[in-house]
Design a protein around this ligand. Structure first.
Ligand code: RIB
Ligand code: CA
Length: 312
């Protein structure tokens, strides 16, 4: 598989989960500007790769800005450097030669058709550019597993849009219209996966670097949730978004999906990035699946158990 991301505290947890799961055969990590600029998301992916003891996985830098829109950031939710409170020290192992688009096209087109899954944890700019460069990707890619969008939960960056889709709605519109097979984890699902105190404590008890860094990311999100979003009940927790993509690839039974057709608003300023999720489709021919239920405890148990076996 390939992971395309904008680390980002939750991207970092998703990377740690994938790095600790060798059966995923992670061919590359590609980065995009999103939560923080692409120079920082690329450095951050290299930091997390080093923490996990997985400098064997190439990191390819991708798009610095959306297809048409001005770059947006979400530093208030991820810290100025993008990894919460973690000191962002430049890692030794460099990024790989070649752009994110080059790596995605090369890896997928050299592999058996539909054998390479792509997890997209940030704005969809790299995949949109890769599809423009090589349209055959749409039928050669395995499942495109996306964290993005919102239906019943409403938006988190505007009342009607989730950040990843809002940040580059034009890219998202092109990808959803491309014919790719897509499995989409919007806020409807990720808001059922919350970092409660007991779940973070279980990670902190593991005792290795991967689990400690994951817990540190979750602690930062916990604090932001209290300070910015709100803490309605004592046993609340911050939603854990991006790792749902990797968790589904590892243990699909943790989620309930519904066939649908997803379209993206890219014209209106008011509803920019809205994901219109239509369930009235023929299940046999639908190319999109929308996650309607998630087993939050099961996702955290999976993360904790996998990180227990991490290389570092
Ligand atoms: O809305 C949540 C998404 O936006 C996550 O991918 C998070 O990392 C941010 O990029
Ligand atoms: Ca992200």
């Amino acid at each position: 598989m390939i992971i395309d991301c904008d680390p980002g505290v939750d991207d970092a947890v998703g990377l740690l989960l994938a790095f600790a799961s060798p059966e995923l055969d992670l061919k590359a990590v590609t980065t995009v500007g999103g939560n923080v600029p692409v120079e920082k998301t690329t450095r951050n992916a290299r930091i997390i790769r080093h923490v996990a003891g997985r400098d064997d996985v190439p990191v390819h830098a991708g798009a610095a800005r959306p297809l048409k829109r001005e770059p947006a950031g979400a530093g208030e939710f991820h810290g100025a450097e993008g990894l919460g409170d973690l000191e962002a020290v430049e890692p030794d192992a460099p990024a790989a030669e070649g752009s994110a688009v080059e790596a995605i096209v090369r890896i997928v087109m050299e592999a058996e058709p539909t054998s390479v899954a792509l997890a997209v944890m940030g704005p969809m700019t790299n995949l949109a550019l890769a599809l423009r460069a090589e349209p055959r990707l749409a039928e050669r890619l395995g499942p495109v597993v996306v964290m993005g969008g919102a239906r019943s939960e409403g938006g988190n960056i505007t009342p009607s849009a989730e950040f990843n889709i809002w940040a580059d709605p034009d890219a998202a519109a092109e990808v959803f219209a491309s014919g790719c097979e897509m499995v989409v984890f919007g806020l409807d699902a990720t808001h059922q996966v919350r970092g409660t105190e007991d779940r973070i404590a279980a990670l902190e008890a593991v005792g290795n670097a991967s689990a400690a860094i994951a817990a540190s990311m979750l602690r930062f999100s916990q604090r932001i949730e209290r300070e910015i979003v709100g803490w309605p009940t004592p046993d609340w927790g911050a939603p854990l978004h991006d790792p749902c993509t990797v968790a589904w690839l590892l243990k699909p039974g943790l989620f309930r999906l519904k066939p649908c057709r997803i379209e993206v608003e890219a014209d209106s300023d008011l509803t920019r990035g809205h994901t219109a999720v239509e369930f009235r489709v023929d299940p046999a021919s639908a190319r999109h699946l929308w996650a309607v239920e998630a087993d939050g405890q099961g996702v955290f148990d999976l993360i904790t158990e996998r990180l227990r076996g991490a290389a570092r």
